[in-house]
Write a protein that binds this ligand. Structure first.
Ligand code: B3K
Ligand code: ZN
Length: 872
């Protein structure tokens, strides 16, 4: 049977709602099998509505309607109808009170949307359309109302009852029950509604805002996790202070609550005053969390906290404007990380994220602009394009108009639109007004998809001491957009002389398809440092010589570009070797490469963390991105070959650097300590590639044994490679690891991932077995990401194994998830969607899997949209 394609929603069709809801008074009676929801709404006609025949159409999905009362009078079946998740009430007055009673079943809700249970506790996820899984409502972000929420529940099972805003009343109800009432003084869209009920432990602290108000800070976690909240609490305070100092944004309620839950579709959610987090981004202790985890906790906390202004106080008019809040908030959290950790490393991480995920999106069948023009399922558009490219677009505005004016523009945006649901256009206008600079052409970044390519050539005229740069821009076609207009972009450039001194730095404004820039008084042919700090999200082509790249790796004053020169150099070396590999030529490192690398190791003046980044070769994903037809086997084999060769030839240097930076000190999370650990663990990554058992025992295994119970960064670094390859130690290490940590779900996730990314030939069989293991639960998104996601995304060699078993396995999983949790199913299907990037044989197999999925009955909107678009 063929599925009927679900309908798309278009940006051009946006119209204001016919009715407005001013207040929402909710009452939840939480039960053991079902929950009763009463919603009292004050409704009035919207003066801005354009329609002459107004209709009240409320959205609702999986809710059982019990009763509707209009101005206190119960409606009968002829007064309303329910059609395709819509409740249509025919005749309503201009102003009225509507009371709706519904019944929902949170205990059976596996989609983790709306109200559901996680480990016996109730929690909600309402963005984008979860609220209509709770009650019938005008579920659109421009419907801003004031909420009061009463929760009634069993005292013993659910001692903690939370919702948005301030607690205004509470009491007992009979012998077993109790109730609370929360009031949120700020108007908000329903996607920011939250409710939590459970038996949770609380960690508390306080923050005094810049105007001297006291804010209570509460973090709630499941029992037994209280000791893992210290880092998160410090991060909350750090983010609050930073947002005041940097952007003048002060928190507005008297209380800020965070609840960490184990079952959550994404990282976290910025509900007003009551953020709900995936435990992964709250719980952190040295023995269970790595440096990266600690870092992510801080940045996700900063992200959700920053949303209180960029998202909550000023929200989106419709979901096409998603990047208005997400791009801006990613930009804000990235700036937080740059300001509070190593700025260059933070920028490297952000650019890596963009290149590893967004560039692929832009080059594939699901490419869409930062502000999409249509969607079938909005949850499919919480993408790297909307988030990360959206953040780059904001950063470009800042670079174009300057930091100070950008800050003024942001102040104007927040004050002008406080309490409103607005558009990306409103944001851009505020920036234009504050700067006096036209962003007319710049707006194309929001409407045109695809990663622009810059082809650059230079010339030098020694006679006139002038240097010229010619920049030619183009942008590949993307679905529905064949022709592209030229972008307006900031191009930051530095010119270095032969002794590494900087002669000049400036930001060029590139606007035309071909543009020639002239630089006067340049005393010698300079070495250009192009696109400094990655000033625009583009691909750059310039024919640097190997020597120039090596020179920039050593001397560029822009630290990001020093790393970038290395990346360019490694990509070149590895892709050349990939060609050799494909024609079965013997692989050999280019002459001089060892010297370049050992010179890097000697760059003692660099901060250690940055040095560790410079010693890291580009990821397999980034390398794949550079190939027209991706050859996963060649990329993997060559990258491993280069690492092993470097390890062989620089063994002593690596050992020395490792030993110098290895320490048994108690774990601390700060710039110096993270840098030291990252550097020595990077050396270890190289050393374990050597076929030297004694060395493995001396370094890796001893680090593993010492760190196993007190330092997860060192534990994982020590064994990552030994479990990655078919090492005789693999079984023993994994058993020991599981025995030590099977009680800790987040550590078990790491254990699953280690096995999913192993390149042993039998990895797929092991992954299949693991889906039956007590440690795995397909209903828990973290487990799915850890095992299935890691296999399909981070183990290209095994996932794309030539026979196609990896594809069939993923197909089964996607179909199983489709029935349980469509959002996660859609996330899992994406590795299949860029099938056209692989060889004909693999293309055929992947296409067959996609077709099989598309033929399945009851396919969710989420999966249907991605699969059908990728097959077009
Ligand atoms: N705003 C949420 C994402 C909601 C995703 C809904 N499918 C988290 C964030 O970006 O902060
Ligand atoms: Zn966000």
């Amino acid at each position: 049977m063929k599925n009927i394609s679900p309908a798309a929603v278009y940006l051009k069709d946006y119209t204001p709602s016919d009715y407005l809801i001013d207040t929402v008074d909710l009452e939840f009676e939480l039960g053991e099998t079902s929950t009763r929801v009463k919603s009292k709404l004050t409704v009035r006609e919207n003066p801005a509505s354009l329609s002459s025949a107004k209709k009240l159409i409320l959205n609702g999905e999986n809710v059982l309607l019990k009763t509707i009362l209009l101005n206190g009078k119960e409606l009968t079946k002829t007064d309303f109808k329910i059609q395709e998740n819509k409740l249509i009430i025919s005749a309503v007055p201009a102003k009225f009170e509507l009371e709706i009673h519904t019944l929902i079943k949170p205990q059976e809700n596996t989609s983790l949307t709306g109200l559901y249970q996680s480990n016996g506790n109730f929690c909600t996820q309402c963005e984008a359309h979860g609220f209509s899984h709770i009650t019938y409502f005008l579920d659109r972000p421009d419907m801003m109302a004031c909420y009061t929420t009463t929760i009634i529940a069993d005292k013993e099972k659910y001692p903690i009852l939370l919702s948005n805003g301030n607690l205004v009343a509470s009491g007992s109800l009979g012998k077993d029950k109790h109730w609370v009432k929360w009031e949120d003084p700020f108007k908000k869209p329903c996607y920011l509604f939250a409710l939590v009920a459970g038996d949770l432990e609380r960690v508390q602290d306080e923050f005094i805002t810049q105007s001297g108000r006291r804010v209570d800070l509460h973090i709630y976690v499941e029992k037994g996790n209280k000791h893992k909240c210290e880092h998160a609490m410090q991060a909350v305070k750090k983010a609050m202070k930073w947002d005041e100092d940097t952007f003048g944004r002060e928190y507005d309620l008297d209380i800020y609550m965070i609840v960490a839950v184990s079952d959550f579709n994404m990282g976290a959610m910025e509900n007003k005053g009551l953020n709900i987090f995936n435990t992964k981004y709250i719980l952190a202790s040295p023995e269970t969390a790595t440096d990266d985890d600690f870092l992510h906790v801080e940045s996700v906390i900063a992200h959700e906290y920053c949303h209180n202004w960029s998202g909550n106080r000023v929200t989106c008019r419709d979901w096409f404007q998603l990047s208005l809040k997400e791009g801006l908030t990613i930009f804000r959290d990235q700036t937080f990380t740059e300001d509070t950790m190593s700025a260059a490393v933070a920028r490297i991480h952000a650019v890596n994220d963009l290149r590893n995920s967004q560039f692929g999106e832009d080059a594939g069948p699901l490419a869409h602009p930062v502000r999409p023009e249509s969607y079938v399922e909005i949850n499919n558009f919480y993408t790297a394009t909307v988030y990360n490219k959206g953040a780059e677009v904001i950063r470009m505005i800042q670079t174009l108009i300057g930091k100070e004016i950008f800050r003024q523009g942001l102040d104007l945006y927040f004050s002008r639109h406080d309490g409103q649901a607005v558009t990306i256009e409103d944001f851009v206008k505020a920036m234009e007004e504050s700067s006096g600079i036209s962003l007319e052409q710049f707006r194309l970044w929001y409407s045109q998809a695809g990663t622009p390519v810059l082809d650059i050539k230079d010339e030098y005229d020694p006679h006139h001491k002038t240097y010229y740069l010619t920049i030619r821009q183009s942008c590949p076609a993307t679905p529905g957009q064949n022709e592209k207009l030229p972008f307006h972009l900031p191009f930051k450039i530095g010119l270095l002389n032969g002794s590494g001194e900087e002669m000049f730095e400036t930001v060029l404004q590139v606007k035309k398809q071909v543009e020639k820039f002239k630089f006067d008084n340049i005393s010698s042919f300079p070495i250009p440092s192009l696109l400094r700090s990655f000033s625009a999200p583009v691909k750059l082509h310039f024919s640097y010589s190997d020597e120039q790249l090596q020179f920039l790796m050593q001397h560029d004053t822009d630290l990001f570009n020093r790393w970038e020169a290395g990346t360019k150099y490694w990509v070149r070396v590895i892709l050349d070797l990939v060609n050799d590999f494909q024609v079965k030529k013997k692989l050999q490192l280019p002459l001089g490469l060892i010297n370049v690398f050992s010179a890097l190791l000697q760059q003692a003046e660099l901060d250690k963390w940055l040095l560790a980044e410079m010693l890291t070769l580009p990821s397999e994903r980034y390398l794949a991105e550079q190939m027209t037809i991706i050859d996963v086997d060649a990329i993997h084999a060559v990258r491993e070959f280069v690492i092993t060769e470097l390890a062989n030839q620089l063994k002593q240097d690596f050992i020395e650097t490792y030993k110098k930076n290895h320490s048994l000190n108690t774990y601390q999370f700060n710039l110096q300590e993270v840098g030291r650990r990252q550097l020595k663990n990077r050396c270890l990554d190289y050393l374990v590639h050597l076929d030297d058992f004694t060395l493995h025992e001396q370094l890796a295994l001893s680090q593993f044994a010492v760190a196993l119970k007190n330092n997860m960064t060192d534990t994982l670094s020590a064994i990552k490679y030994l479990t990655y390859v078919d090492s005789p130690l693999q079984g023993k290490i994994l058993t020991q690891f599981y025995a030590a940590w099977k009680h800790d779900p987040l550590v078990v996730d790491k254990w699953l991932s280690l096995q999913a990314i192993s390149k042993s030939p039998d990895t797929l069989d092991k992954v299949k077995l693991l889906t039956q293991h007590e440690a795995f639960d397909i209903k828990n998104p973290n487990k799915v990401y850890a095992l299935i996601g890691a296999f399909a995304r981070h183990n290209p060699v095994r996932f794309h194994s030539a026979k196609g078993e990896g594809y069939l396995f993923l197909t089964d999983i996607v179909l199983e998830l489709n029935a349980l949790n469509p959002q996660i199913a859609a996330r899992m299907v994406t590795p299949l969607t860029d099938w056209k990037r692989y060889d004909i044989h693999r293309q055929g197999l992947m296409q067959r899997s996609l077709e099989m999925i598309l033929k399945t009955k009851s396919l969710s909107r989420d999966v249907h949209e991605l699969v059908s678009k990728s097959l077009q």
